[in-house]
Write a protein that binds this ligand. Structure first.
Ligand SMILES: [Ca+2]
Ligand SMILES: [Ca+2]
Ligand SMILES: [Ca+2]
Length: 412
């Protein structure tokens, strides 16, 4: 996949990289540090300071290159001052935040505060950067201590993109951060009780999958689908949501695109748009300015037909048409009791895990969850907490879907 121009992904983990094989001094010191922490570098004084560069994992994701710190040296210039020199480069020229970490023996490291010079935010690539650490203020009686190790860490602070372009089916996907939310409702049938669910981060399609995207899937994969005339009766353009798709059709599309259907919990979490205990993706209350549901008025000019995707304002996550337009298939089996015994973390009803359900989906025969209501439905059924379902082989004029992908699949 590629990312939108200007958006870059930070590597998944920071790797402590005590690098610089080309610098014998540092690599020697590293070996010594590994075997024992009790040694002195600067023998003329009571304690020594050793310096390491720390490099952010160089695995490149998207278009971002991570900073590289080299040539770190540290020396005590007087009783209270330590001078740290380093070179740093970010290959694509990003500004960086530079931090120092100090280690003493086997103690956990800490970030010193008494710093001046090329440290903190807004550091640009360059050589012989200088930082002065006032160790005298930071560590009382420091001169009676043992050795200190200095790490220099540069971070170009590229967070995962909020929106990315998924090449396979040319969709925009929005990052939904990991977190917890209150799922369900106290007064909707089968949506009780309200229970807390915790989800890992994932990306979800901004819009319902369109007719144009589904056509592309059929053309590229040879997937058997021949209901285009029926589809065309309801949706005149490729920019409308795909309808007349079974759950199997949706699963096949998702597999082709390298995605999957959302779990019911993911769908509801995304639909709520960061709001808690609200009825609709934008809050409470609904009118035809908000969504395409039964009837017309305001922005809703569609009488018993789907609107082109994205015809109404998005929710807090930038997602369109969660409420109404077309129903959206979810991965889960429909289980009226599931909320009473749902696992707290990444729940999925139906007894199969994510891998199993994708391998065995053609054998699935239990009813599957549908969410969001549709253009047929009145306002009480296009709520974020309303649950519906159908047999996985059911297809109808208001049944569509959108896809998700786990963040780990984007950043790995
Ligand atoms: Ca960079
Ligand atoms: Ca309508
Ligand atoms: Ca919808």
């Amino acid at each position: 996949m590629t990312h939108l121009p200007g958006q870059r992904v930070m590597s998944k983990t920071f790797v402590k990289n005590y690098l610089r094989a080309e610098d014998p001094r540092t690599s020697n010191l590293r070996n010594r540090i590994d075997s024992t922490c009790l040694w002195t570098v600067l023998t003329l004084i009571l304690w020594g300071v050793v310096a390491y560069g720390q490099q952010v994992d160089e695995q490149q994701l998207g278009q971002n290159s991570t900073p590289i710190v080299t040539n770190v040296t540290a020396q005590q210039v007087n009783l209270d001052q330590v001078q740290i020199d380093y070179d740093v480069i970010d290959p694509d020229g990003d500004q960086m935040t530079v931090k120092l970490w100090i280690f003493e023996g086997n103690q956990p490291g800490f970030q010193p505060k008494r710093l001046e010079g090329d440290v903190g935010r807004g550091i640009v690539s360059g050589q012989r950067k200088q930082v002065f650490w006032n160790i005298g203020n930071e560590i009382p009686l420091h001169h009676l201590g043992t050795d200190y190790v200095v790490e220099v860490v540069a971070d170009d602070q590229h967070l995962p993109p909020t929106i990315l372009q998924w090449d396979k089916d040319t969709t925009e996907m929005v990052r939904i951060p990991a977190g917890s939310f209150e799922m369900g409702s106290d007064n909707i049938t089968y949506a009780t009780p309200i229970h807390t669910v915790t989800l890992d981060a994932f990306y979800i399609d901004r819009r319902e999958v369109t007719v144009g995207q589904f056509k592309q899937f059929v053309e590229q994969s040879g997937y058997p689908y021949d209901l285009w005339e029926q589809v065309a009766e309801y949706v005149p353009t490729d920019h409308c949501p795909m309808i007349f798709v079974t759950w199997y059709d949706a699963m096949a599309y998702a597999n082709w695109a390298g995605k999957r259907l959302p779990t019911e919990a993911e769908w509801e979490y995304a639909a709520r748009g960061g709001l808690a205990r609200r009825d609709y993706p934008w809050g409470n209350g609904i009118n035809h300015q908000h969504a395409n549901y039964n009837g017309i008025g305001g922005a809703d000019q569609w009488e018993l037909k789907p609107a082109p995707v994205g015809s109404f304002p998005p929710n807090g996550y930038g997602l369109y048409d969660l409420a109404g337009n077309v129903f959206e298939w979810c991965l889960d089996a429909f289980d009226t009791e599931f909320y009473k015994q749902s696992p707290r973390r990444n729940p999925l009803a139906g007894g199969l895990n994510l891998e199993e359900i994708h391998q065995q989906f053609s054998q699935v025969d239990s009813g599957r969850v549908l969410r969001g209501g549709s253009y047929h439905y009145t306002l009480e059924y296009v709520r974020v907490d309303y649950r519906d379902y159908a047999s996985p082989d059911h297809r109808f004029d208001a049944g569509g879907f959108r896809c998700v992908v786990e963040e780990t699949k984007v950043t790995n």
